[in-house]
Design a protein around this ligand. Sequence first.
Ligand code: SF4
Ligand code: SF4
Length: 259
Amino acid sequence: AFIGMRACELAAIDVQDRVFLGQAVQDRGYAARRRDLFMVAVSCAEPGGTCFCASMDTGPRARKGFDLALTEVIDATQHFLVAEAGSDAGRAMLDRLEPRPASDTEQTAAERVWAEAPEKMGRQMPGDAREVLNRAFEHPRWEETAERCLSCSNCTLVCPTCFCSQVEEVPDLEGQRTERVRRWDSCFNQEHSHLVGGPHRESVAARYRQWITHKLATWHDQFGTSGCVGCGRCITWCPVGIDITEEVTAVRRDPEGRG
Ligand code: SF4
Ligand code: SF4
């Protein structure tokens, strides 16, 4: 079971399902782990300053993809959870807990949590990010951002939708056996784009552009959805403070890059 999942994480799993299960060849390892997963979601009442799921339409209320969803209502006079079942497995689990139906007042209090949470988010992604980035392949912003970007790959390691991997062959010390293993990789690693003749995204600017345009623009063409769910983790964990919402906003404000 995954317990305490936020709506952005449910949305990220939906993205990963498309990547690993929705293609001509399914990923057997992913499918095996995914099959019996029981997911308990918690709707966000206190989003963080780097969150922007409301503008990506993925949260903060857990709306789908869960077995059970909880909403915590807490104030000076009351503290309770409103639970919803999203699947037969979730319904069976709820039945075992023998809850009582929520009163109208309790339901209204939960609805207030859902309504107020978006107002507490610190970030917003422009709604036309895909169009903005599709017109910005040669934008000078990528060179400016690359002056700060360390190409450390933190943003891809914390991103719940990043899935890139590479295959390595690992021989044992006796030279008797070689294993072919899949290792998680990042498009910020120079070798990730190694083709005949060397890496084709040699510069940091090229790698940053690849990451942001894939997430918010070409992912739609490839998988029918955005690759960003608005969780804000890449903002939180970037050691130099690069902010995906700020990057799109800057390009949008100055589409020709005239400064
Ligand atoms: S790109 Fe950033 S905000 Fe979007 S899903 Fe990945 S980590 Fe979260
Ligand atoms: S976390 Fe920040 S510095 Fe590191 S690769 Fe991502 S954008 Fe660049």
